[in-house]
Design a protein. Structure first.
Length: 120
């Protein structure tokens, strides 16, 4: 059974919809609002979003020991038809926005020393 939606999530989602209506989906205020909405989403909704993301992302290039997928920025750029530079800038922008919102970025980027189990 799916858990109830928290008031914090509902408030964040309403704010996101208002920002999109007022400024458009690509405006920084709307982008930050969706990050908060996703942060406050219940786990079942995060799981559904993750499943949908798998349909548009390239195949993982490897996995961490805990089973978490690892994606290659070059493959992501190619999949979306953008340059690696554009993909890196977009990632940096998202990380900066998350930091400005006080959200945790741990685990979003790997330390180069992290062991990744490559897909064979």
């Amino acid at each position: 059974m799916k858990e109830q939606l928290s008031q914090r999530f509902l408030t964040a989602f309403d704010h996101y919809k208002k920002m999109v209506q007022q400024h458009g989906q690509d405006h920084p205020l709307a982008e930050k609002a969706i990050l908060l909405t996703l942060e406050y989403a219940p786990q079942w909704l995060k799981d559904e979003a993750s499943q949908q993301a798998k349909q548009v992302l390239p195949q993982p290039s490897g996995y961490l020991d805990d089973g978490s997928p690892v994606y290659n920025i070059e493959e992501i750029a190619q999949k979306f038809g953008i340059s690696v530079d554009q993909a890196e800038k977009q990632l940096a922008k998202i990380l900066k926005q998350r930091k400005e919102l006080g959200l945790n970025n741990d685990g979003l980027l790997l330390d180069p020393k992290t062991a990744v189990n490559r897909v064979q």
